[in-house]
Design a protein around this ligand. Sequence first.
Ligand SMILES: NC(=O)c1ccc[n+]([C@@H]2O[C@H](COP(=O)([O-])OP(=O)(O)OC[C@H]3O[C@@H](n4cnc5c(N)ncnc54)[C@H](OP(=O)(O)O)[C@@H]3O)[C@@H](O)[C@H]2O)c1
Length: 231
Amino acid sequence: MRVCIVGISGKLGQYMVQHCLARGYEVVGVCREQSVDKLSAYEGQITLYPGPTNDRSVIERAVSECDAVLTVLAPWGVQQYSSGTARAVLDFSRPDTRLIFSCGWHISYDGQDVYSRTFKTIIACAGAMARCFRVVELKDQDVACNAVFESGRRWTVVRGSDLEEGESQGLPVWAKHVGVNPILKSNMTRRTDFALFMVASIEDETLVQQCPAICGCMSESALEYADQAGL
Ligand SMILES: NC(=O)c1ccc[n+]([C@@H]2O[C@H](COP(=O)([O-])OP(=O)(O)OC[C@H]3O[C@@H](n4cnc5c(N)ncnc54)[C@H](OP(=O)(O)O)[C@@H]3O)[C@@H](O)[C@H]2O)c1
C-alpha cells in the first residue's frame, strides 16, 4: 500500500505518518518547502515532495502512483488553498485510488446536520474574522468538499470534532449527522485518533462516499451511548 499524505508536516499529518508506518504502508508526502525539517525524524522512512499543496505539478508527481491519498484540507490564505488542493488530488490520482479528506463538523454532505445556535455563531464569527484579516478562507473548505462529493470517486470526508492532544484512546466513534446522534455530544477527539480514523478509513469499504462526523471513543457521550446500548 503506497499512501500519499498531502499536508504531511502539520500536526494531523505527522500523526498520520506514524499510523501509516505502523501499518507497514509506504509513505510519500507533500508539504511546504519551509516545513520539510519538521519531518527530519522520519528521514529515510518517507519520501517528500516539497511545495504548496495546491501546486498541481507537485501533487501530480506525489499522488500518481499511490493506492490511497490522505489530504488535510487547510483553508489558509485567500487563494483557494483547500479547493485547489482537493481539485489537484482529484485530477491526478488514479480513478480507483482511495481518497480520504479531513475537515470539521461545519461541513455538511446532505444538509441533514443539526447545528446548535452557539456552533453556528462560532463558525460565522470565525469566518468573518478570518475573511477580514485574509488569513483563512473557511468557505473554501466547503468548495473543496463539494468538489469531492460530486466527484463520484472512492472518497471519504472525515469531519473532526474539537481536538485535543494526548495519548491515543482508540478509534473514534462516528455518526452520519451532527446534532442528531447523541454519541457525538462531547465534541472532543484526540488529534492522534482523528489521524487514526483517517488512516483506518483507507481499508474500510463501508466508509466509501461517506462523510462521518467523529468523536473520541472514551468521551463522555460515547461512553454513555455504549452503556445505554449495553455494549
Ligand atoms: N484544529 C481543530 O480544532 C480542528 C477541528 C476539527 C477539524 N479540524 C481539521 O483538521 C485538519 C488539520 O487540523 P490541525 O489542527 O491538526 O492543523 P495542522 O495539522 O497543524 O495544519 C494543517 C496544515 O496547514 C498547513 N499550514 C499552516 N499554515 C499555513 C499557511 N499559512 N499556508 C499554507 N499552509 C499552512 C500546515 O502545513 P505546515 O506544516 O507547512 O505549516 C498543515 O499541513 C483540517 O482539515 C481541519 O479542518 C481541525
